[in-house]
Design a protein around this ligand. Sequence first.
Ligand SMILES: Nc1nc2c(c(=O)[nH]1)N=C([C@H](O)[C@H](O)COP(=O)(O)OP(=O)(O)OP(=O)(O)O)CN2
Ligand SMILES: [Zn+2]
Length: 138
Amino acid sequence: MIVTVSRKAHFNAAHRLFRKEWSDAHNETVFGKCSNPNYHGHNYDLTVSVTGEIDQETGFVMDLKVLKDIIKTEIEDAFDHKNLNLEVAEFKDINPTAENIAVVIYNKIKPKLKPALDLEITLYETPRNFVTYSGLQS
Ligand SMILES: Nc1nc2c(c(=O)[nH]1)N=C([C@H](O)[C@H](O)COP(=O)(O)OP(=O)(O)OP(=O)(O)O)CN2
Ligand SMILES: [Zn+2]
C-alpha cells in the first residue's frame, strides 16, 4: 500500500525580489513592494510530504522523527531568521520567490530520503499565497 506521510514546519525569513541588472524602478514595476531595497519578511509555513510503501515490519513509510530532524537541519537551521538573499548561499544568484524557495527545499531534502520515496513540498509565503513542488522538470 502506498501512503503519504507529512510534517509541517515553519520559518521566518527576510527577502527581496529583484534582478540586480535591473534598476530599482524597473524592479518595483515587476515585483512591486516585494522589491523593497530594504527587504521585508514573511512567516513561511512548510508542509513536507513523503509518499511510499508501508514497511511491513515497522508500519512506517518513514519515521516522522527522522523527517522532523531532516527538516530542522536542512531547512529551519539554514533559513529561520535569515535574510535569504544575503545569508543563504542557494539564493546568491536565484531570486527567492516562493517557487524558487520550494525547489531549493526539495533539492535539500530529497537526497536525505531513501530513493524509492517521493517528495512533495508545499510552501506558504502568506496565509493565502502558496506553491507546491514535487520534482517535475521541464
Ligand atoms: N508567483 C509569485 N508571485 C509573488 C511572489 C512569489 O514568490 N511568487 N511573492 C510575492 C511577495 O513576496 C509576497 O508574497 C507578497 O505578496 P502579496 O500578494 O503582496 O501578499 P499580501 O501582502 O497581500 O498578503 P496576503 O496574506 O497574501 O493577502 C508577490 N508575488
Ligand atoms: Zn515577499
